[in-house]
Ligand binder design. Structure first.
Ligand code: MLT
Length: 323
């Protein structure tokens, strides 16, 4: 009884307009559900730093990794709805995982409130420099001829890199062994060292290594070439249509976070993505920046639901599930 009263007091403490007006008066934690140095982490740091300047508070990055982001997203869903713990995620963590993981201890659509849509980037088909293929057709032939010599990195079932693999396998008829990592940051390190041979990885993670000549890129999973990497052909141009995947990102808060706080966070994210330096850094990584209208909480909520309706049957048809 006492506990219930205490909980009720705790909940109403966040509900008042005075609480929302004073917000934020201490640092805000952004939970990143993948490893430091990977694409989600980089997005959180670039956008979060600028949001923090706008909000007058520091944004602290907390990497809570494992199980394709489900551990970190679960932590956000169970956090106090006071605006001081929010989460960054993407198409994989906040849509596809809802279809793959049958035993999530949170409701992906019900327990998290969308704050703002963030940029989206395509995937690149990349290999270690040891793989002897000059173009995508040669790579596919090599993968078919050497199924036992090749393993590929992903950030777990349902991650962005795994969604890319599913599309790649379906379009090319290939199949290789998958090694799960806590994020594609460390996976890319292993790719450079040829511990793994292939990844279908977000451009923001792989492009810097491609530019440095440390890995090789064969194609971009988009209808059009990416302005940040105009020399890399699309998968269709390289001979394999039907591999079009973009990984969009977003910010979420626990259910029950006051709308005034959601709006303050949204406004800070909009300011961040209007900043020319932030735009330059993100676009250089191949990111496509959403408009302020697309970023609005209501528009983002509708988009996430539409993406869920689109991806659920695709995942079910592919028979990918974790019980
Ligand atoms: C990461 O930040 O490591 C990635 O977003 C992982 C992925 O989804 O492939």
């Amino acid at each position: 009884m006492l506990r219930r009263t205490a909980l009720a007091l705790f909940a109403t403490a966040f509900a008042g307009p005075a609480f929302a007006q004073a917000y934020p008066n201490k640092p805000i934690t952004i939970v990143v559900p993948f490893s430091a140095g990977g694409p989600t982490d980089v997005m959180a740091r670039i956008v979060g730093e600028r949001m923090g300047r706008e909000l007058g508070q520091q944004m602290i990055i907390d990497n809570v990794t494992g199980a394709a982001g489900t551990i970190g997203v679960g932590k956000v869903a169970r956090s106090a709805p006071d605006g001081y713990t929010i989460g960054i995620g993407h198409l994989g963590t906040n849509v596809v995982n809802g279809a793959i993981y049958k035993n999530l201890n949170y409701d992906l659509l019900g327990d998290l409130v969308p704050i703002a849509l963030l940029p989206s980037n395509p995937l690149l088909v990349v290999t270690s420099n040891q793989v002897p293929a000059k173009d995508l057709k040669e790579l596919v032939a090599y993968l078919k001829a050497n199924p036992d010599k090749v393993s590929g990195g992903t950030a777990g079932m349902g991650s962005g890199s795994h969604i890319g693999v599913l599309a790649f396998f379906a379009a090319t008829g290939t199949n290789y062994q998958l090694v799960p990592y806590r994020g594609t940051g460390p996976a890319a390190q292993d790719l450079m060292a040829n511990q793994i041979q292939i990844m279908i990885d977000q451009s923001s993670n792989s492009l810097p290594h491609v530019r440095a000549g440390k890995i090789r890129a064969y194609a971009v999973t988009a209808k059009q070439r990416n302005a940040a990497a105009p020399d890399i052909p699309t998968t269709a141009e390289a001979g394999f249509p039907g591999i079009e995947v973009a990984i969009w990102h977003g910010l979420w808060a626990p259910k029950g976070t006051p709308p005034e706080i959601i709006n303050k966070l949204n406004a800070a994210a909009v300011v961040a993505l209007k900043d020319p330096e932030v735009r330059r850094r993100l676009e250089d990584l191949g990111q496509d920046i959403p408009t302020p209208e697309q970023m609005q909480p209501a528009a983002f909520t509708a988009y996430q639901k539409a993406e869920f309706a689109k991806w659920k049957p695709i995942i079910e048809k592919a028979g990918v599930k974790v019980e």
